[in-house]
Design a protein around this ligand. Structure first.
Ligand code: C2O
Ligand code: CU
Ligand code: CU
Length: 514
């Protein structure tokens, strides 16, 4: 089904209001519910799941140093609106819909982090084996950054998020305020997602066919999902009217599998000022920006010399495989509003200070493989270091330790690897020969180590780990101990079974966080 581009105005998510203030800070309540929303002028309303009946969810905005509490209320119906295929996770077939919410990129105590097994069902009637609670506490002690919240329920995260359970979370601080960046209506979140629709407007998600030739359960879950429509802030290919001036865009790739490479067809650059963990050291001028699932880029676009023009935000990775697939375009900017007053905002050269972790004493180096495998039925699945979710914890740093993680990708494609609790720095990527690795398991380097891209030299919580490269990260495990996770953020991989526990051990305590 074709849909006309650039006929709907870009929606801006509203900001969540707190219910009250108490001694633990502002208190919010968020309901997860089923509802319908119009995602395109010519599409019938789509049945979705969302936070407070919105897709994407309302934006949560906080100031650094001001803790908040959020009660995440599961009010979803009993049955999933998407097909749940068989996987090794029995719990995926639980008779009730399970949710648990994770604040991606945040420094949060384990019991508020959204551990995949900390799920609960409608009205909190049944709870999973971990951290039985629905009121979460966010300390907001970290620097200003664009974070996001989303579902993280064991085995069905891809379905819950595809149904709509994601929203933005912005931390502000004084240092950032001093930079005089475009603000107010000139600071705009862009949540980019891909979807495919059925004719009746409902979401399409592939169901794996039963294999008639065997009596095994279904083949494994779909190993990827690529939609043929692109949505920004919940509208298919929207347009946005702008003034001829500078705007700040906080861009989030909240797609299940799809990566984008963004360009502007006016041949203008993006001035990137921030990444996952907040502001970079200095602004970098980018002609194209690659963004993997879960990554954020904070950019300024200057429309001041483009009055009267229409500028398209393009995606160089749009495959254009079928005539239905027009994913080479994302949205449009119409520079047709009159300039209201003078634009006094800045594109600063130096934006912040990022202390390097390179000179820390290194407590451990972990070599971790990203690899394909098969499950007990011979069905393909992807694994982290050849271990499944259920295998005992192996990534168990001490609280305060600095570690280097070397991610060796022996699969044929990039995996966006995400680690909870901390923000890391990328050291380098080094290419090796995959053929000789596959022959005798030995690493033969085909080049020297490559420094991270200039826009990757800040704090990151999600990193592109490309095929046939060793991607090295450095990180310090603070400020909390306990049970977290790390995983591939391609949701189809995360669910089956590219996710592992991460246990930060406080050597001063015997019971570590449980
Ligand atoms: Cu954005 Cu563990 O996830
Ligand atoms: Cu996360
Ligand atoms: Cu992956």
């Amino acid at each position: 089904m074709k849909l006309k581009k650039f006929v709907d105005r870009l929606p801006i998510m509203n900001t969540l209001k707190s219910e009250r203030k108490n001694k633990k800070g502002a208190y919010y309540e968020v309901q997860m519910e089923e509802f319908t929303q119009k995602l395109h002028r010519d599409l019938r309303p789509t049945r979705l799941w969302g936070y407070n009946r919105q897709f994407p969810g309302p934006t949560i905005e906080v100031n650094k140093g001001e803790p908040i509490q959020v009660k995440w209320i599961n009010n979803l119906p009993r049955r999933h609106i998407l097909p749940v295929d068989k996987s090794i996770h029995e719990v995926a077939h639980h008779p009730e819909v399970r949710t648990v919410t994770h604040l991606h990129g945040s420094e949060t105590k384990p019991e508020s982090d959204g551990y995949p097994e900390a799920w609960y069902t409608r009205n909190f009637k049944e709870v999973g084996p971990f951290f039985k609670r629905e009121i979460y506490e966010y300390p907001n002690r970290q620097r200003a950054a664009t974070l996001w919240y989303h579902d993280h329920a064991m085995g069905i995260t891809r379905l819950n998020m595809y149904a709509g359970l994601a929203g933005m979370y912005i931390i502000r601080d004084e240092q950032e305020k001093r930079l005089n960046l475009p603000k107010g209506k000139y600071e705009v979140p862009l949540v980019i997602q891909d979807r495919t629709f059925n004719k009746d407007g409902s979401l399409f998600y592939p169901r794996q066919p039963d294999d008639p030739a065997s009596d095994l359960p279904n083949p494994s879950i779909s190993p990827f999902f690529i939609g043929d429509k692109i949505l920004v802030n919940g509208k298919v290919w929207p347009y946005f009217e702008v003034e001829p001036r500078k705007y700040r865009f906080r861009i989030l790739n909240a797609s299940n599998t799809r990566a984008y490479q963004l360009t502007l067809d006016s041949n203008q650059p993006f001035y990137q000022i921030g990444s996952d963990g907040g502001l970079l050291q200095r602004t970098v001028k980018m002609e194209k920006i690659a963004i993997e699932p879960a990554e954020r880029v904070d950019v300024i676009i200057d429309f001041s010399k483009h009055s009267g023009k229409t500028i398209t935000l393009k995606n160089d990775l749009g495959p254009n495989a079928s005539p239905e697939d027009e994913t080479d375009e994302v949205m449009q900017f119409d520079v047709n509003l009159p300039l209201s007053g003078t634009d006094h905002s800045n594109i600063p050269q130096k934006v912040s200070h990022i202390p390097s972790l390179r000179h820390n004493k290194i407590n451990a180096i972990r070599n971790l493989k990203l690899a394909g495998s098969t499950d007990e039925y011979g069905r393909p699945l992807l694994l982290l270091d050849n271990k499944k979710w259920m295998d005992p914890v192996t990534e168990n740093p001490h609280l305060g330790a600095t570690e280097i993680w070397a991610l060796t990708n022996i699969t044929g494609f990039t995996h966006p690897i995400h680690i909870h609790l901390i923000q890391f720095q990328i050291l380098d990527r080094r290419p090796f020969d995959l053929d000789s690795y596959n022959k005798d398991g030995r690493i033969v380097y085909t080049g020297s180590a490559i420094a991270p891209e200039p826009n990757e030299r800040g704090w990151k919580d999600t990193v592109a780990a490309p095929s046939a490269q060793i991607t090295r990260l450095i990180m310090k495990f603070v400020p909390y101990a306990g049970d977290y996770v790390w995983h591939c953020h391609i949701l189809e991989h995360e669910d089956y079974d590219m996710m592992r526990p991460l246990r930060v051990i406080d050597p001063k305590r015997l019971d570590h966080g449980k």
